[in-house]
Write a protein that binds this ligand. Structure first.
Ligand code: SF4
Length: 454
């Protein structure tokens, strides 16, 4: 990445796990009635042919990592586990009531928070409860996020027994000074131990999350982290830039000073060194921020163009519908999005009242549907074709102007029917998607909403 391009394109921008992005959802056209109608339609269209995805948010953590952007509650009280799981199962029942047949679950992901805050017995109870009235789709993929410090052999075995074969561990960086600054001290030995146990039990896809741009992080620290990663050779890696968004996350990201963060240029160097080391080891870059060995399903899905992106990040196959259970979870019916309330007590209260606990959402109009597809194509395949829709460039003069400038900068190539992102343009994929983001263009945010794009 050249320095001039970084200074030109390093601006606040969305990560496009949805389009429209959450700050641009139009709550005025959203209602529970419209939302459930869109779910029923999507279920009828897609459950038999491709199945559905389920995301379950388990929000509790025992201590606060100061880099964290997730929705969580810090507590050491474990008596909250069962009541929360009961609420999740009751919420699931509210969705089941909408459908005429049993859902076929293709992808299931436990995220958090810390899923392994919950005991193995409670996690098993949760998954068995979900499948009382659901089936597993063919080639299903179940995954969870494990914390290297508290994931036990029993957790792994319990989840393996109910069908999980993929696990990702948050590593961030192995340097002690960085770990202390982010309040997440976890020695390499913990990660090694749990990675090896996962393999021993039979998990076939093990992922590590590595972050660059963290406080006190240096190029040497990134190199050292990747060299240690090479020893364990996880199947997948998320290698992404720390999103410094303290205005969104209250005190959670205030455990260090802004002057302790690497500059944009230092981050760029960290990314480039990391990327080139990863490719030497044999990892292939997948979409944005992800790498995989050629034996992993994510790589295969990129090869056969089935790679998909939703609120869970990149997934190896597409389902039209994703239901999110638990506080703050986002669901996607393909025709609309909805997000659950964020407070645990409010969430449990609504479920006790028999109400699907969403508090905001967006129903897509036909323009949103077209733009969404293009952004999805770009994020997953680095190209898109206008012939898929009636919305040609001539209807998007602002988009075309921006794309032409990016073409001059060597980031992409425009043809009569679409665009293709060049290798040089791949690190700027968020900026390229922003050219298509009509909501963002019509109304620039008045306050800072997004992390920096580079
Ligand atoms: S990084 Fe994970 S364990 Fe740490 S506070 Fe955030 S959700 Fe909890």
């Amino acid at each position: 990445m050249c320095t001039n391009l970084v200074s030109k394109y390093n601006i606040p921008g969305p990560r496009y796990t949805s389009y429209p992005t959450v700050p641009y959802w139009d709550n005025t056209t959203f209602s529970l009635k419209e939302w459930t109608k869109s779910l029923r339609q999507s279920f009828r269209e897609s459950n038999t042919s491709e199945g559905i995805s389920l995301y379950i948010h388990l929000p509790f953590c025992e201590s606060m990592c100061t880099f964290c952007g997730c929705h969580k509650r810090i507590t050491k009280r474990h008596d909250i586990e069962r009541p929360y799981i009961r609420s999740l199962l009751n919420e699931w029942q509210l969705y089941l009531n909408l459908f005429e047949s049993k859902p076929k679950i293709k992808e299931l992901h436990l995220g958090g928070g810390t899923p392994t805050f919950f005991s193995p017995e409670n996690l098993e109870y949760l998954i068995n409860g979900i499948f009382l009235h659901a089936e597993r789709a063919d080639d299903y993929e179940f995954s969870f996020e494990g914390h290297p410090n508290n994931t036990t052999r029993e957790h792994l075995q319990a989840l393996y027994n109910v069908g999980f074969r993929r696990v990702s561990f948050g590593v961030q960086d192995y340097n002690e000074k960085v770990q202390k600054a982010i309040n997440r001290v976890q020695p390499f030995e913990n990660v090694r131990r749990i990675t090896e146990i996962s393999r021993e039990i039979g998990f076939t896809s093990i992922g590590h999350d590595i972050i660059f741009g963290l406080p006190f992080q240096t190029e040497e620290a990134v190199v050292n982290t990747i060299l240690k990663t090479k020893e364990l050779l996880p199947d997948r890696l998320a290698f992404y830039s720390y999103a410094h968004v303290p205005w969104q996350k209250g005190n959670g990201q205030r455990g260090f000073n802004e002057s302790n963060l690497p500059t944009a240029n230092q981050k760029r160097i960290q990314y480039e060194i990391g990327k080139s080391l990863l490719s030497e080891v044999g990892y292939v870059e997948i979409g944005m921020d992800h790498f995989a060995l050629q034996t992993d399903s994510l790589y295969k899905s990129m090869q056969n163009k089935t790679l998909h992106r939703n609120f869970m990040g990149y997934t190896a196959s597409k389902t039209q519908m994703m239901i999110g259970l638990g506080v703050s979870s986002i669901s996607d019916s393909w025709y609309g999005f909805a997000q659950n309330v964020k407070g645990v007590e409010e969430y449990q209260h609504l479920i006790n009242e028999g109400i699907i606990p969403v508090y905001r959402g967006h129903i897509l109009n036909s323009e949103d549907e077209v733009i969404r597809k293009h952004i999805l194509n770009l994020m997953c395949h680095f190209e898109t074709d206008w012939r898929q829709s009636s919305l040609y460039f001539d209807k998007l003069p602002e988009t075309l102007t921006q794309l032409k400038e990016m073409e001059l900068d060597g980031l992409l190539e425009i043809s009569e029917f679409g665009i293709k992102v060049t290798e040089k343009g791949q690190p700027f994929i968020r900026n390229i998607c922003m050219a298509f983001d009509l909501h963002l263009q019509r109304k620039k945010p008045e306050t800072r909403l997004f992390s920096m794009t580079v």
